[in-house]
Design a protein around this ligand. Structure first.
Ligand code: FMN
Length: 430
């Protein structure tokens, strides 16, 4: 079975998994360890107060780890994603349900039994951050998405549901509340598929299954199906009651404020024996990879319509959301400028984009800066687009209540000037 446990074995074989046997508290202790070595996957075997549980974090903190989980190479991940997006395959039905080895309902149902971490002293409370919500839109069918969830009490969570996306739209179309199953402890292909904003009506579980096999089982208390090998599933209803959610750290590493958000009411908790709780540091490398990587195929597709696109990287320095580097092989004087326009079409929250040639390593920030230093002239190669719809995650954007934020955008053409002698721009190698 293609589950988190198999993935942890793969990481261990690759010498990447650090086992921490010392007693640690989910209350700040785990978060401190994860933040101290952000690129290193960790398995915490001894959690203070939760003898039955283990915890993992940082498991997809590097692209190489996605590649390990998907059985490919870092450089081929983009092609892999493009292929899966184009050819979703419905998941299979599982013969057994490891995720339901333990079922808590009725009097035994309490979220206080779960080792939900506290991440930062300034945040509002215990938060689920690696939960993938499975819902069924009455018109469009199944949708998968991440939603951070603040534990309010034994049976209720306040859920951050961004307006206008899949879960929000389905919730609005469900006046009696939206059945929802939150899955925690999943392998990389399901995490990645859940982070994708697929076109309406496209099942992200089928995208996950196109990346690597997925088998599902019916929930015990809701009309939904979940990955059979999830470590933990919270079943319930996203109600129309509202409660305060936040403050909590955001992708940018800055603090997100307090909002009134929908309340999720539990109807059942199911989990595996000796379960593994998945932690995810807000604003950390996993959060960044999962946000940025699914936008690279959409930029690649748009740029490929107007230029010979060879690669796209959404950079961690730009919060893996606001900055991209696009590599092209220019065949005409206008290709780079057109690639800039196309990149903004491919990811509407993008703020700055740099276009480079094929001899520049897009994953190496200093190589990209070298191209800007040696090939770019601001008076000739800089394109500024004032006051465009941008990202609400950018604290410097002009925030508009109930609408998309507005931001100035910028594209840098750092390719060799068209018509110049390329020999004068090539790097010498000794
Ligand atoms: C780690 C992580 C945390 C996220 N947290 C939230 C969140 O709290 N609320 C939210 O609405 N979206 C959140 N997102 C974004 C959604 O998962 C993402 O936009 C998803 O693709 C929406 O898909 P949809 O457009 O198909 O609904 C998060 C994404 C990641 C990767």
């Amino acid at each position: 079975m293609n589950d988190l446990r198999v993935f942890l074995e793969q990481l261990e074989e690759a010498g990447q998994l650090r086992r921490i046997d010392a007693s640690l508290s989910p209350r700040f202790g785990v978060a401190r360890m994860l933040a101290a070595a952000p690129e290193r996957p960790m398995l915490f075997t001894t959690l203070v107060g939760y003898p039955e549980w283990r915890m993992v974090g940082n498991v997809v903190s590097q692209r190489d780890f996605f590649a390990i989980g998907l059985g490919t190479f870092k450089e081929k991940l983009l092609a892999h994603l493009i292929e899966a997006l184009a050819n979703p395959r419905p998941p299979g039905k599982a013969g057994s349900a490891p995720c339901q080895e333990v079922v808590l309902t009725g009097d035994s149902l309490t979220a206080l039994a779960l080792p939900i971490p506290r991440y930062h002293p300034q945040d509002a409370g215990a938060y689920i951050t690696a939960g993938v919500a499975v819902i069924r839109d009455p018109e469009l069918g199944r949708n998968l998405a991440f939603h951070r969830m603040l534990r309010l009490d034994e049976r209720r969570f306040a859920v951050r549901v961004v307006e206008g996306r899949g879960t929000y739209n389905a919730w609005q179309r469900s006046p009696r509340g939206l059945p929802m199953a939150v899955c925690i402890g999943l392998p990389p292909h399901i995490l990645l598929a859940a982070a994708i904003s697929a076109p309406p009506g496209v099942d992200e579980m089928a995208i996950a299954n196109a990346l690597a096999p997925v088998e599902t089982v019916p929930c015990v208390s809701q009309p939904l199906e979940v990955p059979a090998a999830a470590e933990l599933v919270l079943e319930g209803v996203l109600t129309h009651d509202l409660a305060e959610e936040g403050p909590f750290p955001d992708l940018t590493g800055t603090m997100d404020g307090v909002r009134r958000q929908p309340v999720f009411e539990l109807t059942a908790i199911t989990h595996r024996h000796n379960p593994i709780f998945q932690a995810l540091l807000p604003g950390g490398l996993e959060h960044k990879n999962l946000m940025g990587m699914p936008r690279e195929p959409t930029i690649y597709t748009e740029v490929s319509r107007v230029a010979d696109c060879r690669g796209v990287y959404i950079t961690p320095g730009g919060c893996s959301w606001l900055h991209a580097v696009v590599q092209i092989e220019p065949h005409g004087p206008d290709d780079a400028r057109q690639a800039i326009d196309a990149a903004f079409r491919g990811h509407s929250s993008l703020k700055h984009v740099v276009i480079v040639d094929t001899d520049v390593d897009i994953f190496d920030a200093s190589d990209v800066e070298w191209a800007i230093a040696t090939r770019f002239q601001a008076g000739r190669d800089l394109y500024i687009f004032p006051d465009r719809p941008g990202s609400s995650l950018d604290p410097s954007a002009r925030q508009v209540e109930g609408a998309k934020s507005h931001s100035d955008k910028m594209g840098l053409d750092a390719t060799i000037p068209w018509g110049a002698d390329p020999a004068a721009f090539r790097r010498l190698h000794y």
